[in-house]
Design a protein around this ligand. Structure first.
Ligand code: XMP
Length: 526
């Protein structure tokens, strides 16, 4: 059997600045079709078009009723392939093709119901309910100020809401569709089916973009690219580097050497677990560098969070280079770069830097290492990396873990780092994690951890008053980590965790729960 060509069918997504653009791409890929995102005015998008089966225009914050707003490029309007415009993408299409868009007196934001009044391939067989006339109703998510008030020649009105007559429009012969609502968000109950219909029934894509096929494809690519050359990989125990390690091990076995720098700033037993999974269980060559002492010495006396971060980052690179230099025959350096990193650095070079989430990864390695870069996850979103991890049979707790910052516990101990603080924090954090898992709450929050506060607060233990340290618990719910709400964990649960921490850990007299949202507070305490 020949392997599926996972790139045979591609969708071009033009980004008009919507917060949901990456979500559109993730949904398209979940459905099994490869796609790439480009800024609406990028030249690379035009170069990509001949290979595309279809085009999706995202939403965006602008109004086509203003002057000098983003437009649909000429080459898209002339393209032979199907087009799906979403929200702003639809409005831009309609106004450029001769229709009309006007500011709406009533902003529509949130749930809405569209009434289908024409047959259309995107909605065949879909129905969330019916009105008195027997027409199908669909629950959708809207977020718009402007609306279409007149449609171009050749277009039909497919669906309406009480406040937007043209909620869905289409030129069915030319396969151009416009949706005022967002099919990519889960609140649109049949969003996945609508996108699937566009991809499969309109664009004739096949669903070959699956975890199994991606792994097979990558293994072949790496084997062809490398032949008998050797690769070094910095393994951190995080999702991305773990998946790269498992993938490369499958592709090239012993030609891969991983370097795992144990900073001493990891969670309880984490270093041992990394070694168990990769070295003992899978037989991957892993060099573990026990660098706790070096990190503690370098951090001694440092209080400023950014100074701590910098010190850790620099030392990490220095240690990695020392170890890498010992592996004489290596010519490649593998990295866990993923697609959002690629999009963000592209935005940085095109000046759309305000869209960028600043990420502060430790382990960014120097450019002057004389090694070629191997980035097998460059095309993948985080959820795709996780699916690969599952397909590669990596432990669930490693692949579906909350994010952990590069500088580790150092940004969860306020001020100076001492080994005693790290040990107390590790024990407290472990109790919190155990109970979150036991109560089925771990997967219901996006990130949870304990923070060590080096202040002494009074407690009465036995007969005496004791002044001991404070632990703060933090748990948040978020989609993108840019904004977050504190998780409303049950009081009984918090009570249990607090009692366990104070009773079981020597040195803690008080536990607090952080009820700050982001903004204004950040998720981490430093
Ligand atoms: P903040 O604290 O900025 O965190 O709200 C947002 C997300 O970023 C993570 N974070 C870091 N990750 N190095 C990292 O690799 C860091 O220095 C760092 N600081 C924050 C944080 O855990 C959260 O997921």
């Amino acid at each position: 059997m020949t392997a599926a060509n996972i790139h045979a069918h591609k969708i071009l997504i033009l980004d008009y600045g919507s917060q949901y653009t990456q979500l559109i791409a993730r949904r398209v890929r979940e459905i099994g079709v490869y796609c790439e995102i480009f800024p609406w005015d990028s030249e690379q998008a035009e170069a990509f078009l001949p290979a595309a089966q279809g085009i999706i225009l995202s939403g965006g914050p602008d109004s086509t009723t203003d002057q000098h707003t983003p437009t649909v490029p000429e080459y898209v309007l002339k393209a032979a392939c199907p087009i799906l415009g979403i929200c702003y993408g639809m409005q831009a299409l309609v106004s450029q093709l001769g229709g009309q868009v006007r500011p709406s007196a009533q902003r529509e934001f949130g749930f809405a119901q569209i009434t289908l009044n024409q047959e259309c391939v995107l909605f065949a067989g879909l129905c969330d309910g019916r009105n008195a006339h027997g027409q199908s109703l669909l629950d959708v998510w809207m977020s718009h100020g402007d609306k279409v008030t007149a449609i171009p020649a050749g277009f039909e009105c497919i669906a309406s809401t009480p406040s937007a007559e043209f909620a869905v429009v289409a030129h069915q012969a030319k396969k151009i569709y416009g949706l005022q609502f967002h099919p990519e968000v889960t609140h649109t109950s049949k969003g996945r089916e609508i996108l699937s219909a566009f991809l499969f029934d309109v664009c004739s894509c096949t669903g070959d973009w699956t975890a199994g096929n991606i792994i097979e494809d990558q293994i072949k690519q790496v084997q062809t690219q490398l032949q008998d050359e050797h690769v070094i990989l910095g393994l951190s125990g995080g999702v991305d580097s773990s998946v790269v390690a498992a993938l490369l091990h499958k592709a090239i076995g012993d030609q891969l050497t991983c370097i795992f720098v144990d900073t001493g700033l990891l969670r309880l037993h984490e270093g041992d677990q990394v070694m168990q999974t990769f070295s003992q269980h899978m037989g991957v060559k892993v060099i573990r560098v026990n660098a706790e002492q070096r990190f503690l010495s370098a951090l001694q006396g440092l209080h400023d969070p950014e100074e701590k971060r910098k010190t850790i980052g620099n030392l990490f690179v220095a240690i990695f280079e020392e170890e890498a230099a010992k592996i004489k025959d290596a010519t490649w350096l593998a990295q866990g770069t993923i697609y959002p990193d690629v999009i963000e650095s592209a935005a940085a070079t095109t000046g759309k830097a305000d869209l960028i989430k600043s990420h502060h990864n430790v382990g960014g390695l120097p450019d002057d290492m004389k090694l070629s870069l191997l980035e097998p996850l460059r095309e993948l979103f985080k959820d795709e990396v996780r699916r690969l991890g599952d397909a590669l049979e990596l432990p669930r707790e490693m692949i579906h873990r909350h994010p952990f910052p590069g500088p580790g516990l150092a940004v969860r101990i306020l001020g100076e780092i001492r080994k005693e603080y790290c040990d107390i924090l590790r024990a407290a954090d472990d109790i919190f994690m155990q109970e979150l898992h036991r109560h089925d709450l771990y997967d219901r929050v996006s990130q949870a951890f304990a923070v060590f506060l080096p202040v002494k607060s009074v407690g009465v233990m036995g007969d005496g008053r004791k002044y001991q340290y404070v632990i703060a618990l933090r748990a948040v719910e978020t989609i993108d980590f840019m904004t977050a709400r504190w998780a409303h964990l049950p009081y009984e649960f918090l009570d249990l965790v607090s009692r366990r921490i104070i009773n079981e850990i020597d040195g803690i007299s008080r536990v607090a729960y952080d009820i700050s949202g982001k903004p204004p507070a950040t998720i981490e305490w430093e």
